[in-house]
Design a protein around this ligand. Structure first.
Ligand code: ARG
Length: 571
């Protein structure tokens, strides 16, 4: 596609002396009001150099560049050169590219040869996979897809919380009150109940605490009986997580969680010691971070056992040595801001200059309308239940609305789960938000179902147009003068801007930029569809309009794909 800013800067450079093309490009503006043109160039800054009044300069420049075919009109207005693009050229160029690239429209090779790690989801084993986990899972998945689309080599890591003293408690509880069948049938709920029971029982019998600690020490030493139980808890939990990941269509390249680093930590404790960073405090080893405005980081406890933060230090170094990442991205809730600031600082203090390539991508909290969320009150809402409810309710809506589908169940899954994911990716990620069923499943709002429905509507138009018309439109046999009306042009402009939106989303780690962009495209498509008849008698006009429908459909599909959401052909 023509890079208009660049092209305009080149034209300007033939008309203006003393500024580089790059400087000129930075000065080109996009006026907020379309009446002032698609692009504008302010001449104030040139007045001093050229010793002429800005309106005179604007007039001269306009005269020099106005004949280029990319313009329909170039107008000097006061100190500005207002440029109106030729809609015909613009639309032809844009549609040509989208149709040719198809699934790859918006893809880039900017990341070639660079490895980006995206760590996301990372739930704790034997703890409920609840609605709170959905954010990391869905946002991380989208960030991974965006980076993949931008041409980076990506590695998806699930840093499972599968290690720590709580496993001592769980094994202890299982041995005392546990039952194998229950664990197999419902691993997470059962293991959670053991953990809860342990906390109740320890009130009456404080010796349980010591028992649990001893068990964990045996686990750390690799005693077979403890390891076997731990491994079994982990496997069963993972089965349950995988069920949810399958529903969401989410995968990982590695499940190297906390336990993976259990034997890799002594090296870092030694490195910290050698660097003179470790201090003893009541038997424990800490790194003092006061100088950097942070509380101290606890590296090893007084009994020598390591902690969450120690494992993160080990994990980062392992990842650098193993994957040689360009960026190592952690999609983890903003409650852990301090934790990430602390360990990234420590890695930096150890002299690893790539510490700056470790990026924590925080996000806000999600809560449900009725206030159910908190684990502490025991009123946990399981993610799987939320997804099932979304599918069930969608099935009802589909029946009620008489939606066009070959398989109600398939569509209900695609739309119900897509709706929940879309909602997660709709807001700026850092914002806290309230999960609302009415909003999520509204087919008319700025929602997943609305965008999916628009995609299906475009698919239906193409089916009606017939294969021959579609293939002629795809072959580029298009008279774009038929699609230069306002609503067609607005739609084309949004399609044109899609690749830049994907890049921006990558730069800012902000999938909601893509989400908003495809909502805008869907709305523009529906306006176009409302304003103009697509399947008209005039063959040439029909083909041109069908080409625009194909382009809009491709772009919506690619956008949904980056959010991890499917695009139904019928709905
Ligand atoms: N397992 C942790 C939790 O559920 C999240 C892990 C985040 N990742 C990390 N590398 N610390 O809170």
């Amino acid at each position: 596609m023509i890079n208009y800013k660049e092209k305009i800067a080149q034209l300007l450079s033939t008309a203006v002396e003393g500024l580089t093309t790059e400087e000129l490009q930075n000065m080109v503006e996009v006026p907020a009001d379309g009446k002032m043109g698609d692009y504008a160039f302010p001449c104030f800054r040139l007045a001093k150099v050229l010793r002429k009044a800005p309106p005179m300069i604007a007039k001269d420049i306009a005269e020099k560049i106005k004949d280029d075919p990319i313009f329909a009109k170039v107008e000097p207005v006061n100190a500005y050169v207002n440029m109106f693009l030729s809609r015909d050229v613009y639309v032809k160029d844009t549609l040509g590219e989208v149709i040719e690239k198809d699934d790859d429209f918006g893809r880039s090779d900017m990341g070639q040869g660079k490895t980006v790690i995206v760590e996301y989801s990372s739930p704790n084993i034997a703890k409920p996979f609840h609605i709170g986990h959905i954010r990391s899972t869905v946002i991380g998945n989208s960030i991974y897809k965006i980076y993949d689309f931008l041409g980076y080599d990506t590695v998806r890591i699930n840093h499972l919380g599968d290690y720590g003293t709580q496993f001592g408690k769980m094994i202890c509880a299982y041995r005392r009150w546990g039952n194998k069948e229950d664990v197999i049938n419902e691993p997470i709920k059962t293991l959670l109940s053991y953990y809860t029971k342990f906390h109740v029982e320890v009130e009456n019998d404080p010796s349980l605490d010591q028992e649990a600690r001893d068990i964990f020490t045996r686990l750390e030493k690799g005693e077979p009986e403890e390891v076997e139980l731990w491994q079994w808890f982990r496997d069963e939990s993972l089965k349950e997580f995988t069920r949810v990941y399958d529903m969401l269509g989410i995968e990982f390249d590695s499940y190297a969680g906390e336990s993976f680093y259990s034997d890799k930590m002594p090296r870092f404790v030694q490195e910290l010691k050698d660097a003179g960073l470790l201090k003893e405090s009541e038997g424990a080893q800490i790194v003092d971070l006061e100088e950097y405005g942070m509380s101290p980081a606890l590296i090893t406890k007084s009994d020598g056992s390591t902690l969450y933060i120690t494992r993160d230090i080990a994990a980062a170094v392992y990842r650098k040595e193993h994957y040689d990442f360009y960026k190592n991205i952690y999609v983890v809730a903003s409650q852990q801001n301090l934790h990430f600031q602390q360990w990234i600082k420590i890695v930096e203090l150890l002299g690893y200059d790539w510490a700056q390539d470790c990026v924590h991508i925080p996000f806000g909290l999600v809560s449900l309308e009725d206030g159910t969320m908190s684990t502490r009150e025991g009123r946990v809402v399981f993610l799987e239940d939320v997804l099932n409810r979304a599918v069930d309710q969608t099935r009802e809506i589909i029946k009620e609305k008489n939606v066009n589908t070959d398989s109600i169940d398939e569509t209900a899954k695609m739309v119900g789960i897509g709706a929940v994911m879309f909602q997660e990716l709709s807001n700026n990620r850092i914002k806290d938000y309230v999960f609302s069923w009415d909003k999520v499943l509204n087919f008319e709002g700025e929602t997943g179902p609305y965008v999916q429905y628009t995609h299906a509507r475009a698919a239906s138009v193409l089916r009606k147009a017939g294969e021959e018309v579609v293939s002629r439109a795809k072959a580029g046999d298009v008279d774009t003068s038929y699609i230069t009306g306002d609503s067609a042009y607005d739609l084309a402009r949004l399609i044109y801007a899609f690749p830049a939106a994907v890049k921006e989303a990558g730069d800012k780690y902000e999938p909601s930029i893509v989400t908003r962009h495809i909502v805008n495209i869907a709305q523009a498509f529906n306006r176009f569809y409302h304003d103009e008849h697509v399947l008209v008698d005039n063959e040439a006009e029909k083909i041109a309009k069908v080409a625009l429908v194909i382009a809009a459909k491709n772009t919506i599909k690619n956008g949904l794909g980056l959010l991890g959401i499917q695009a139904p052909e019928k709905m």
